[in-house]
Design a protein around this ligand. Structure first.
Ligand SMILES: NC(=O)C1=CN([C@@H]2O[C@H](COP(=O)(O)OP(=O)(O)OC[C@H]3O[C@@H](n4cnc5c(N)ncnc54)[C@H](O)[C@@H]3O)[C@@H](O)[C@H]2O)[C@@H](O)CC1
Ligand SMILES: [K+]
Length: 493
């Protein structure tokens, strides 16, 4: 990956790449395949015991491949530990292939039995070992019936490697998907477990390398990387003692059409709290008094004409374009002038809608669409965007020569030709108005403080999500203002 040089990378892979990691562990480093499977089963069993210590009976659903093999190992360990074990098998043990067949033989040798998928599920906890990284088509009907059955039980489910039916590359179910409370994934982190719908199906995602040597990752191109709070101090180093407010980027927030006065104020406040020294709003004349009355540190100008706008653009170092901008002639004129400037720009909200109407390649800018805006920018539907968010964010980056933040659960960041960064933080309490405005202000502030567009977008998304998580500890619903207050607690001092 380019760009990711200041911090340790947590790589995310496609299923195909993880299969290559498995192969290296086995063929290059001489780890026996069944040994690896036993490690996987043992780890899954340890997690089951740790998470549901009171469970006395477990149901283990085993598919016809090696994911099922992991399930047979869990079954053996559970039986040895004195639990009552029900094992449901999609394929007869004597029809299984090599490694899984071995695991099944060890289960049978212990006196274990195998039941059909139409049996009633009796466990207090269900282990889903039906399908893993080998899923390569929509879930077959017989598997789908069992998956429905598992989900209908509403008992806790531990998914082995991947919730069965989830496409490990995209995070979308292939027809059906097991809804797990926790997923333990092995050897390499799969990128599809971290974005879009994945959270709904995976529950908590735990990772275990199964003690494979780090060398298996050498020279493997990661398909994406996970953002981590430990990266923040690398992006936001301590300030020199002689820092002047003008060194932190003069930010101009452009927006706030009739009826949308608050949006640029939120962006401006978020930018101040993220460390901008000078933030000015260019807004409708009748809204110009609002910002300083809420946040006196903000400057605000009514700009009804381009003549009034021009000097503000000239004095700025960076622009945040779009919060509450609207799409009328006034908005269009400001948008056009801003995009023609030389400054770095963050474009959000109606700025993106205007851009969709007049696609422009520019460079030195960041676009922050939610899936609906992304769909308009790509001339497609929201479902298509969400079906493969990784592909969508990269396509946007190419089309607009931009760094793009695709918002939503597991926000993604990509630049032209770069890998994709995935944000594992954030929460549903953040589904509220103004959140995008806060993100715009944060990201613009970071660009103003000297971060390049990709780093600013990654750091901004991370800071925004961490602040949202912090604010959600005390509330069911997080308002943008709550998140902005929480910024002080997540930013490195
Ligand atoms: N030695 C290894 O490579 C290791 C593999 N491990 C486990 O093995 C899994 C991968 O095993 P496999 O490659 O055998 O693949 P899976 O076990 O994930 O699935 C393959 C099986 O499912 C069938 N299948 C694929 N798509 C289907 C669909 N849509 N509907 C119904 N059936 C479908 C295939 O025909 C095949 O029988 C990993 O996810 C992991 O759980 C772990 O045991 C660690 C070691
Ligand atoms: K599974």
């Amino acid at each position: 990956m380019t760009h990711a040089r200041h911090y340790p990378i947590v790589p995310l892979y496609r299923a195909e790449s993880v299969r290559e990691l498995d192969r290296r562990a086995i063929e290059v480093h001489g780890i026996d395949g069944y040994d690896l499977m036993r490690r996987a089963g043992r780890r899954a069993f340890e997690i089951l015991r740790g998470r549901w210590p009171e469970a006395r009976a477990v149901t283990i659903c085993c598919g016809g491949g090696n994911n099922g093999g992991d399930g047979y190992v869990v079954a053996r360990l559970a039986k040895e530990a004195g639990l009552s074990v029900q094992l449901i098998a999609m394929k007869a043990p004597d029809e299984l292939a090599s490694t899984a067949a071995q695991a099944a033989r060890d289960w049978l040798a212990l006196g274990g039995t195998v039941e059909n998928p139409d049996e009633r599920l009796r466990g207090d906890v269900i282990v889903d070992a039906l399908l893993g990284t080998g899923l390569d088509r929509p879930v077959r009907d017989d598997y789908a019936r069992l998956i429905d059955h598992i989900n209908d039980e509403r008992r806790p489910v531990l998914a082995v490697d991947v919730p069965s039916g989830l496409n490990a590359d995209t995070g979308m179910p292939q027809g059906r998907c097991v809804r797990a409370e926790a997923t333990v994934t092995f050897i390499g982190r799969k990128r599809g477990l971290h974005t879009g719908q994945a959270g709904r199906w995976c529950g908590a995602v735990l990772f275990d390398s199964l003690e494979t040597p780090p060398a298996i990752h050498e020279g493997m191109a990661a398909d994406a990387m996970l953002l981590d709070a430990s990266q923040l101090s690398g992006w936001l180093p301590p300030r020199p003692a002689d820092t002047h407010k003008g060194d932190l980027g003069r930010l101009l927030v452009v927006g706030g059409n009739h009826g949308m006065a608050g949006a640029p104020v939120l962006a401006g406040r978020a930018a101040l709290r993220t460390g901008s020294g000078l933030v000015t709003l260019a807004t409708r004349a009748q809204n110009a008094l609002l910002a300083p009355s809420i946040q006196p540190e903000l400057m605000s100008h009514g700009v009804e004409t381009l003549e009034a706008f021009e000097p503000l653009v000239e004095r700025a170092d960076i622009l945040a374009l779009g919060p509450g901008l609207g799409q009328d002639d006034w908005a269009r004129a400001l948008f056009k002038r801003a995009v023609e400037s030389e400054h770095p720009i963050v474009v959000d909200a109606d700025g993106l809608n205007l851009l969709a109407g007049e696609p422009t390649r520019r460079g030195n800018w960041i676009l922050t669409p939610h899936p609906g805006e992304a769909a308009r920018l790509l001339d497609t539907g929201v479902a298509e965007v969400q079906a493969d968010r990784f592909a969508a964010v990269s396509a946007l980056a190419e089309r607009f020569e931009a760094v793009v933040v695709l918002k939503g659960h597991g926000s993604l960041v990509a630049g032209p030709g770069s890998g994709v960064a995935v944000c594992p933080h954030g929460n549903p309490a953040m589904a509220s108005a103004g959140m995008g405005d806060a993100l715009t202000g944060i990201v613009a502030s970071l660009m103003g403080q000297g971060l390049g567009p990709f780093d600013a977008a990654c750091a901004g998304v991370l800071v925004h999500a961490l602040a949202g998580d912090r604010a959600a500890r005390e509330r069911r619903q997080v308002l943008a203002g709550d998140l902005i207050e929480a910024l002080a607690r997540v930013l490195p001092t």
